[in-house]
Each structure stands twice: as C-alpha cells, then as structure tokens.
Design a protein around this ligand. Structure first.
Ligand SMILES: *[C@@H]1O[C@H](CO)[C@@H](O)[C@H](O)[C@H]1NC(C)=O
Ligand SMILES: *[C@@H]1O[C@H](CO)[C@@H](O)[C@H](O)[C@H]1NC(C)=O
Length: 358
C-alpha cells in the first residue's frame, strides 16, 4: 500500500465532500496543520527545548534554559566506563528496584561498542561488535531497556560500508522493520484504528518515537545505498513506504489522530493540560512564594482538576490507549507523563522530515 497516496486521497476526499466551502477549508487545515514544514520546524524546536531543560555536561553559551549550568563534568571517560561494564558483566536486575534491565546487558554492550566505534573510529569497538554479534537477535521494540535495534541499525551502516560479516545483524535490523510495517507477513506490533503503532499501554509513545526514528534512519540507509526497500516474507516495502509510515507516526503525535490532539505540550491547538510532572503542576515560586510541602503537593496539585499552571513546552506524553482514546488526567501517569526517552527519539524523527534526506 502506498501511504502517500492514501494521504493525498484524503485531501481529495475532503475536497469532494466539502459542499460547504468553509467546512472544506477547515478540513484541509486539519489535514495540513501537523504536516507542513513550518509545523515540523516548530515541533523540532520545542522537542529540543525539552532536551535543553535536562541535558548535562558543558552547556553551550546559547542554550535557552538560562537557569541551568554545567553539570557532571567529572563523570569520567566513556571508554573507561565501557571497559568497566564489559569486565563486570552481570545483572543489575538482581538488586534493582526500578527500571530493571529485563533484556539483560548484551544489548547495552553492543550498543555502547557501536557508538564508541562511531565516535572514536577505533577498530577495537567494531571488532568487539563483530565478535559478539551472536548476542544479536531480531526484536520488535526499541526502549530504555532493549537497545538491540539501535546497535543493529548502526552496524547495518557498517555492513553497507563493506563489513559484510555483519550480514546477520543487517537481517536482524530488517526483521525489526518487518515486525512493524502494516501489512507485513511477520507483523508483531499492531496499529490502533487511528494508525498509531501500539506496543503496550504503559507509556506507548516511547516505542512509537523510537521505532519511528529507526524507520527514518533505515530508509535513509536504503536511499544512500540505492536499495529499493525491505523484503518481509512475500511482501516488499519500498523505501518511500517505510518513510511514509514513519511520517504518519510523527503526524499522529502532532495532531493527525482521532482525538485531534497534539501529544506534545505547547504544540498545536489542543494538547494535554494535566501533564504528570511536578515542575509543571506546582506553581512557580514567583506566583506562590510559600513552600509547598510533599503532602500539600499531592492534595492541592497532583489531585487538582485544574490545568497545570506551567506549560512544559515540548514535553511528549505517554499518549493514547489502544483505541486512540486519551484521558487528560494528571494521576494517569502511564498516559500523561513525559520522559526523555520519548522526546529524544522524536527529535531525530521530526528532524528527518526537515533534513536534506526528506
Ligand atoms: C493543504 O495542502 C494542500 C496540498 O499541499 C493544498 O492544496 C491546500 O491548499 C492546503 N490547504 C490549506 C487550507 O492550507
Ligand atoms: C476531529 O476532527 C474531525 C474533522 O474536523 C471531526 O470530524 C471530529 O469530530 C473531531 N474529533 C474530536 C474528538 O474532536
């Protein structure tokens, strides 16, 4: 199926059914609202602002969050950290109260080695990935826990750069694409009726933004190497179908969805008002100079029915349920909490719609 044809079909349909001229223009605006160059640019700027609010290290002088300063400058050298992690392999989960690594440590080591190779150019990291490629297997999600597809995508670039020994890794990366593309014979992740990838109900948009980034990067790898697409059993997906599906996920997040809702705070006409976030839901010290105690925070602000006083521009929430429904309630953290791992991947996805590869 050609997704870009579906999108233009929708516009045409609006034009045909819009007997009332005004209704027609409004429908077109809804269709166009989230997918123009200027709105992607706006969304990208906002997504990066969220990142600027929390990044560490040496901050550039032009960063926009003026109250933040340099931090974590002496956290050590990444290469030493890699050696440490490789030497003391083990399960963090054994004594882990929260954010346990259910996928174990092999994915993190492959992912770290792949990035260190890219950053340093040192062959020992590529050799490490080559000699441990047996750890790799096909997966259907990319998350704070499971990073295999991140490593597989980086290493697929090396495959096309001439490291043909990485063909198994390239195959694993293709199986990820095949597990998501609607219509694939090895589909594992279904979409909601409104077209959103749905992995699980708890902070689902993290899987959407991360998978979308992989789809975007993968379609760029195919383009660069003049490969027309990916074969998934009997179904072939062209590069432009993969890219169009990825774009549909960005557009859904920005408002082209059954709720007509942008899941990025501060973007579009309708967005979550009750973000599950202390800094956003508790008033600023300027408006409320008295101290807000822990219990008071809960009773007066967490449980308040009012919109948040501070708009956390750029934050993307956990998102709608499997029926595209979204209940804008602060207490519902699985759907209304923002996270770095949702935004980070979104930055890359929306940037690819603006970049030279678009
Ligand atoms: C929406 O986009 C279509 C196709 O790019 C264009 O023809 C139409 O004029 C746009 N509508 C509005 C209201 O901007
Ligand atoms: C979303 O917008 C469409 C088109 O304007 C409209 O038909 C629909 O009722 C809206 N849905 C909601 C939940 O507002």
């Amino acid at each position: 199926m050609n997704y870009s044809l579906v999108a233009s079909g929708l516009l045409l349909w609006c034009a045909i059914v819009g007997h009332n001229g005004l209704a027609m223009v409004m429908d077109e605006k809804v269709v166009n609202a989230s997918s123009s160059y200027s709105s992607y640019k706006d969304a990208l700027g906002k997504a990066i602002l969220f990142f600027e609010g929390q990044r560490s290290g040496k901050l550039p002088s032009k960063q926009r969050v003026h109250w933040r300063g340099d931090s974590a400058l002496s956290d050590g050298n990444l290469q030493n950290l890699f050696d440490l992690a490789d030497k003391f392999r083990g399960s963090y989960s054994a004594s882990c109260p929260f954010y346990c690594s259910f996928s174990s440590y092999q994915d993190e080591l492959l992912w770290a080695a792949s990035w260190l190779y890219k950053a340093s150019g040192e062959m020992k990291y590529l050799d490490y990935a080559l000699s441990n490629q047996g750890w790799s297997h096909g997966v259907a999600e990319f998350s704070w826990d499971n990073k295999f597809i991140g490593a597989q995508t980086l290493l697929t670039k090396e495959f096309y750069n001439g490291k043909k020994e990485l063909s198994k890794i390239k195959g694993d990366a293709e199986s990820f694409i095949c597990s998501l593309m609607p219509g694939s014979s090895s589909l594992q992740i279904k979409t909601t009726p409104g077209g959103l990838l749905f992995t699980r109900d708890n902070v689902n948009l993290q899987y959407v933004t991360s998978s979308t980034l992989v789809l975007m990067v993968f379609s760029n790898i195919l383009k660069k190497n003049r490969i027309d697409g990916v074969q998934c059993g009997s179904v072939h997906f062209s590069r432009s179908q993969i890219k169009a599906f990825a774009k549909s996920q960005v557009d859904y997040i920005l408002g082209k969805n059954p709720m007509n809702m942008s899941y990025m705070v501060g973007f579009g006409r309708k967005y979550p008002q009750q973000l599950h976030h202390r800094g956003s839901s508790i008033p600023s010290i300027r408006d409320h100079p008295a101290k807000v105690g822990c219990n008071e925070g809960q009773s007066n602000y967490l449980n308040s029915p009012n919109p948040n006083p501070n708009i956390h521009v750029g934050a993307i929430v956990g998102g709608p349920d499997s029926n595209d429904h979204f209940n804008d309630a602060r207490s519902d953290f699985s759907h209304n909490e923002p996270a770095i791992y949702i935004n980070a991947a979104f930055v890359g996805s929306v940037a690819s719609l603006l970049g030279k590869n678009k």
